[in-house]
Design a protein around this ligand. Structure first.
Ligand SMILES: C[S@@+](CC[C@H](N)C(=O)[O-])C[C@H]1O[C@@H](n2cnc3c(N)ncnc32)[C@H](O)[C@@H]1O
Length: 335
């Protein structure tokens, strides 16, 4: 099996090589890691493209009390420059997140043996080329330990399901269900006359859900949230915990969730930590451009056919509840 770093650097080289001449800058919280990654990336380019520069920018970045965390504070993105940001180094020393915000490629480098691409600007590569493989690499590596690490959150999931008020007898979906922590509460809420389906794109997550016996209360389906194998308007509730912020195009994802929900049905976007608390745990600050920021989420939901009716973001949970509007009249929407 190829090393993970070879898979990542080969993909980036393939995407970037046709754009030469170009300077590639590898930046991040851990300068040693950035330098080592830059060397591997440079070696992955075909010899014909090696004329261009692949640099690790050292010394410009660094903790600096959270004010300056990145070379990108002095180097704006440009047409002939691509900035690759490694999430690396101690979490407390990753600065204010500006570096990552301005990078066109972001790589999770917490485990240097298992780097995973978390973002590629769509101008550089269509998400279809990397998103599924890299999501599976990211969540697959975490699946077996997920419940042990986050098991204490189960009551918060039960409370979120209660807040969503599913109807008895409904079909409830948990999209991006992971190990299925919401499934028992969803099954209890819709009752024996209802049905629950959990969808996830990472096989190892569904295996962990099965190992935890959650297939006893719900069907588990390997599927992409952006293309659910369901007819229109079938679900009464869609539960999505920790999903929307991972989608490369959140609006398109919300449109698909609306498609499978009946008019008046509900969407619960949930996380057992608030946005600021979660960002702090990951050693970064919240960013105003995040899709779950209320100012961004409300119009995103509206454009996708949802009305936001409740939004909460204290430290101990994040919750956005939306109601599906009436189905669009194709005759009107075609005009
Ligand atoms: C942060 S985890 C949350 C898991 C679970 N909902 C929980 O709260 O414990 C995100 C989950 O979404 C899944 N995922 C990411 N992108 C997806 C997609 N496009 N379609 C379906 N699942 C996806 C991942 O595999 C992962 O299991």
């Amino acid at each position: 099996m190829p090393e993970r770093i070879s898979e990542v650097t080969a993909f980036l080289a393939e995407v970037l090589a046709p754009r030469a001449p170009l300077t590639v800058i590898v930046d991040g919280g851990d300068h040693g890691a950035a330098a080592a990654f830059a060397v591997r990336l440079a070696a992955a380019f075909p010899p014909s493209a090696r004329a261009w520069t692949v640099d690790a920018v050292l010394g410009l970045s660094g903790p600096a009390g959270g004010r300056v965390d990145s070379a990108l504070n002095v180097l704006e993105p440009a047409a002939d420059r691509v900035i690759v940001y490694l999430r690396s180094g101690p979490r407390g020393a990753r600065g204010n997140g500006e570096g990552e915000r301005r990078a066109q490629v972001v790589i999770d480098h917490d485990d240097p043996e298992w780097p995973v691409i978390r973002h590629v600007h769509p101008r550089l590569a269509d998400p279809e080329r990397w998103y599924i493989t890299e999501s599976r690499a990211f969540f697959g590596a975490r699946a077996a330990g997920w419940d042990k690490r986050f098991g204490d959150d189960m009551p918060a999931y039960a409370k979120a399901v209660e807040t969503a008020e599913p109807c008895l007898g409904d079909l409830a979906l948990d999209v991006g269900c992971g190990t299925g922590r919401a499934l028992p509460a969803l099954a209890a809420a819709v009752g024996p006359g209802g049905r629950v389906l959990g969808f996830d794109v990472t096989p190892a997550m569904l295996e962990a859900a099965r190992d935890a016996g959650r297939n006893g209360c719900a069907g588990l389906v390997l599927a992409d949230a952006r293309r659910l194998p369901l007819p229109d308007g079938i679900a009464g509730l869609v539960f999505a915990a920790g999903l929307v912020q991972h989608l490369p195009d959140p609006e398109a994802g919300l449109v698909e969730l609306a498609r499978v929900t009946r008019p008046g049905g509900r969407l619960m976007i949930f996380h057992p930590s608030g946005r600021a608390a979660l960002a702090a745990r990951h050693g970064r600050a919240i960013r105003p451009d995040e899709p779950l920021n209320e100012q961004n989420l409300r119009p995103l939901l509206a454009a996708a056919g949802w009305k936001l009716v409740r939004y909460e973001d204290p430290d101990d949970h994040f919750l956005a509840l939306a109601v599906r509007g009436p189905a669009a009249d194709p005759a009107t929407s075609a005009r």
